[in-house]
Design a protein around this ligand. Structure first.
Ligand SMILES: NC(=O)c1ccc[n+]([C@@H]2O[C@H](COP(=O)([O-])OP(=O)(O)OC[C@H]3O[C@@H](n4cnc5c(N)ncnc54)[C@H](O)[C@@H]3O)[C@@H](O)[C@H]2O)c1
Length: 258
């Protein structure tokens, strides 16, 4: 059977923080037209500044399905059919399990999981309407592989995201739409620094001490760069991954093995 040709069309990246900006830069290097979307418009704008590709910034709130639908419509109008989606939007906070409020639990799920569901569903509907194949990659986490005593809402949302990817992949394979996840470990981004500010304050140590303690627990001995996550996302978006769907790829320096 022939391997299908490279996907044309537009790529939408949802979430333009540390990992989002790195995959946007990678896509731009490959000349892929893209829309960079974030609830923080300034962040989206900064991620596409000075790129050597066709790129637009867009404000999206992934907790609002109309906002997600408008994003796909805008990308289609600007660059043609949206054949690739990267979902990196996410939040985390840390704290005692007994003090975690249902409000915070729901908020984490809304952004980390329901937002991904709405984005995958909207993109899949769009692809099927336009009779095109597509590839989607969501950023889950090794936190979805096991327990997290001080961020149970986050770990549960990421476990749900891995499950969502499997179900979406099974459901959409017949339409030639592939859905995969990457599971980073500890990445050098604003999110990691904010967690370590909270942890360091609770433990009475410096942020640097908190981060150094963490690096010692990683078999490869260091925190990963956003670019290392972006390379794995790019692989799953590319024709090199033409026969991979429904998988969650750990990109974590050996922090997790299943
Ligand atoms: N940093 C890490 O160590 C790490 C490890 C594993 C997984 N991850 C996951 O990778 C993804 C990206 O993480 P990052 O480190 O780049 O974080 P980041 O905080 O730098 O970026 C996350 C982005 O999501 C956006 N966002 C939040 N709420 C939104 C909403 N309602 N609508 C649209 N956008 C919204 C934020 O504005 C932000 O730009 C997250 O899903 C995170 O859980 C990160």
């Amino acid at each position: 059977m022939a391997v299908r040709e490279s996907l044309g069309g537009a790529t939408v990246v949802v979430g333009c923080g540390g990992i989002g900006s790195a995959i946007i830069a990678k896509l731009a290097d490959q000349g892929v037209p893209l829309v960079a979307a974030d609830i923080d418009y300034a962040c989206a704008e900064a991620s596409v500044a000075n790129l050597h590709t066709e790129a637009l910034a867009h404000r999206v709130d992934v907790t609002d399905e109309a906002s997600v639908a408008a994003l796909i419509a805008q990308a289609h109008a600007a660059f043609g059919v949206v054949t690739r989606l990267v979902y990196t939007a996410g939040i985390i906070h840390t704290g005692n399990f007994l003090e975690l409020s249902p409000h915070q639990w729901r908020r984490t799920f809304e952004i980390n999981l329901t937002g991904a569901f709405c984005s995958i569903q909207a993109t899949a509907r769009h692809l099927i309407e336009n009779n095109q194949p597509g590839r989607m990659v969501v950023v889950a986490s090794v936190a979805g592989r096991g327990p997290r005593a001080d961020s149970s809402d986050y770990a549960a949302s990421k476990a749900g995201l891995i499950s969502l990817v499997r179900s979406a992949a099974a459901s959409l394979a017949a339409a030639n739409i592939q859905v995969n996840a990457v599971c980073p470990g500890i990445v050098d981004t604003p999110m990691t620094h904010s967690i370590h500010r909270e942890r360091a304050a609770r433990r009475g140590i410096s942020v640097e001490e908190s981060l150094a303690g963490l690096a010692d627990t990683i078999p490869l001995g260091r925190i990963e760069s956003p670019q290392e996550v972006a390379e794995a996302i790019w692989f799953l978006l590319s024709d090199a991954a033409s026969y991979i769907t429904g998988q969650a790829l750990n990109v974590c320096g050996g922090l997790a093995f299943d």
